[in-house]
Design a protein around this ligand. Structure first.
Ligand SMILES: *Cc1c(COP(=O)(O)O)cnc(C)c1O
Length: 384
């Protein structure tokens, strides 16, 4: 279908395409001067804190755990509603993810339930800012301080988000971002970690390149087990241009999100669906970067499941996504004894959440088409 609206689509302008060509012609394509420039620019963006880039957000989080010294025998508290990378990296370093239920309004980890999950083995909290909405950062860091825990922020979706006027990443402990294709700032694939000091940055550099401590004419040495997780100059050149475009993208995302609230509420009235318990996101236009616009379907009021609603939207030329089913329901996790029923709110939301299209290149009319399309389908399946 020619006028199909995907749930997301990256935006790269001509300048970005030219910058990539320039790197490819330069004779140096992997990690080099563009990467150094991107890291320095990001560090400035985050108020001078050290920043290192990696091949993707998953590698970034893995290295954050390694820098924090988290491994075998340790527990990390996190949320079941995230991309599975969040808990996979915890398992990957030999630690155990401990899932705490979410807040149904923010859809982020419920910080009020964290204390009950802390044991002598707990080393860190790994919150996720779903759709770019941060958790209560004051509560997060007071909890961490009180219980002597590290914080590894999975801010993969939160580049450009804020807390009380401060950028996410400009304060706190270890803050991990992803630059994957769908993220608000994309380098095609990539990620960056904001660290506390130069020693941590050095350690992160070692982990991203085979654990090398030195290399060159005076010989070579390796003292920790590192991987191959560096970001290339091609990606860095894209990132430098995306950073320039970000404020305009952000303004557009906020405008589209505002339209969603207005038009969905208007359609609920028109369709006579005032009693339909469709859950909208938190209406926050200061802190969230509006990475996604997600609704939670009132499945108990409908005579069909989520897949049916998504299929009918697709038939109208509207792409949607599921971000995310509860991680504890995946076979790998079930086999380790996790149960979705241990976190019932996450279980329900993971089953009922739908991501509607939201990306800077959308047209104004798209939101109206999506809102009326969605509400028409819901009215058809409304049991009353
Ligand atoms: C995208 C994402 C990641 C992983 O990033 P990649 O760059 O895809 O490896 C991790 N956590 C969350 C919440 C994400 O959205």
């Amino acid at each position: 279908m020619s006028n199909f609206i995907p749930f997301t689509r990256p935006s790269f302008n001509q300048e970005t395409i030219d910058a990539v060509s320039e790197v490819l012609r330069s004779g140096w394509v992997t990690s080099g001067p563009k990467l150094a420039e991107f890291e320095a620019t990001l560090s400035e963006y985050f108020g001078g804190r050290p920043v290192r880039c990696f091949a993707n957000g998953t590698a970034t989080m893995k290295i954050a755990l390694q820098v924090a010294g988290i491994g075998t025998g340790h527990e990390v508290i996190t949320t079941p509603i995230s991309w599975v990378a969040t808990s996979n990296v915890i398992l990957g370093v030999g630690a155990k993810p401990v899932f705490v239920d979410i807040d149904p309004v923010t859809r982020n980890i419920d910080l009020n339930k964290v204390v009950a999950a802390i044991t002598p083995k707990t080393r860190a909290i790994m919150p996720v800012y779903l759709a770019g909405l941060p958790v209560d950062m004051d509560q997060l860091y007071s909890l961490a301080k009180q219980h002597n825990l590290r914080v590894i922020e999975d801010a993969a979706q939160a580049f450009g988000s804020q807390w009380k006027g401060k950028k996410i990443g400009s304060f706190g402990d270890l803050v991990s971002f992803s630059f994957q294709a769908n993220k608000n700032l994309s380098t095609v694939e990539g990620g960056c970690l904001v660290l506390n000091n130069a020693d941590e940055a050095k350690l992160a550099e070692k982990f991203r390149l085979q654990g090398l401590t030195r290399q060159g004419m005076d010989g070579m040495d390796v003292d920790v087990l590192g991987g191959k997780d560096n970001l290339t100059d091609v990606n860095a050149a894209i990132g430098l241009h995306q950073l320039k475009q970000l404020p305009a993208y952000q303004t557009r995302r906020v405008a589209l999100a505002r339209q969603y609230f207005e038009l969905i509420r208007a359609e609920l009235k028109v369709a006579g669906l005032e009693n339909l318990k469709l859950e909208l996101p938190v209406e926050n236009f200061t802190d969230s970067n509006w990475h996604m616009f997600q609704v939670v379907l009132p499945l108990e009021q409908l005579n069909c499941d989520r897949a049916q609603i998504m299929t009918e939207l697709k038939d109208l030329g509207i792409g949607t996504g599921v971000h995310y089913p509860a991680i504890t329901g995946f076979t790998l996790y079930k086999n380790q004894g996790y149960k979705t029923s241990d976190t019932p709110i996450a279980e329900r939301i993971g089953r009922s959440i739908v991501t509607l299209p939201l990306f800077p290149g959308m047209a104004d009319e798209d939101i109206g088409r999506i809102a009326s399309g969605l509400l028409g389908i819901l009215r058809k399946h409304y049991k009353k």
